[in-house]
Design a protein around this ligand. Structure first.
Ligand code: ARG
Length: 254
């Protein structure tokens, strides 16, 4: 009798410890501060209610939900977004960032989550420029420090005009100050072709100039657990259909 009472005491103590352990784990969601340059529709942008929305935001929120993370978004200009990660202003960058070897040398990236190459955008009435080959010796716009700008720099004789955000580049194209803009395909297909601001004024020509994949990034070597959690969450939402829903909601598929 005495012995079983002792056993029960030990067991219930163990159970209490176990439960309290569980409570702190699931109760206090891990807080993660994420930077995004919310001027890149449909990936991330500020909507009419002044809220940060888009594919990336839905993706991260879905990952956060299955992984028990609490996300705080920090709207951060692209030029300087990497520097802010270096100095610890936030824990991660989620901003349609292309996974590149030179960036991987400095940051740790999640698994790729979207395939997005560079598209050539021209005015709707353009007849001469029909693709990347026709950009030689032309004045071409792109967002500063993006893979679009790098793609333009790779074309011989082309003059690159850089802009702080992609809407300024597209506006300059509409106004005739550049002859083309090179930008990620999702943004070309959505913002340049279908937004109120540009609808009917621009078109995409030729094939994509590059093959690129987006990833979420963190400081190198410092955040392996967080990165693993992102990847695990990404896998879960790819398996349960949520990823496809988000894709269908934001991406133009033609
Ligand atoms: N994918 C391109 C890059 O990584 C452009 C990303 C720009 N993102 C943004 N939110 N402005 O260089």
């Amino acid at each position: 009798m005495k012995r079983s009472l002792a056993t029960i005491t030990v067991l219930s103590l163990a159970l209490t410890l176990l439960l309290s352990g569980c409570v702190t784990e699931t109760g206090g969601a891990q807080k993660v501060v994420v930077a995004t340059d919310a001027a890149f529709p449909p990936m991330e942008f500020v909507d009419e209610n002044k809220e940060i929305v888009g594919f990336d935001i839905d993706l991260m929120n879905a990952i956060a939900e299955v992984q028990g993370l609490e996300i705080e978004y920090k709207n951060t200009a692209w030029d300087g977004i990497f520097a802010g990660l270096d100095t610890g202003d936030y824990d991660a960058i989620l901003s349609a960032v292309t996974i590149r070897e030179d960036r991987q040398a400095v940051y740790d990236f999640s698994d790729p989550y979207v395939n997005a190459g560079q598209a050539v955008v021209v005015r709707a009435d353009e007849t001469v420029i029909q693709g990347g080959d026709d950009l030689v010796d032309r004045v071409v716009g792109a967002q500063i420090g993006t893979t679009g700008a790098f793609a333009v720099q790779d074309i011989e004789g082309t003059t690159l005009k850089e802009y702080d955000s992609i809407d300024l580049a597209l506006m300059d194209l509409v106004n005739g100050n550049v002859e083309a803009v090179v930008v990620d395909t999702p943004v070309a297909a959505d913002f340049a072709l279908a937004s109120d601001q540009f609808r009917g004024q621009l078109k995409i020509v030729g094939d994509t100039l590059t093959e690129e994949y987006y990833g979420i990034l963190v400081r190198k070597g410092e955040n392996q657990d967080l990165l693993a959690s992102f990847n695990e969450g990404l896998k879960k939402i790819q398996e349960n259909g949520v990823y496809d829903e988000i894709y269908g909601k934001w991406m133009s598929t033609d």
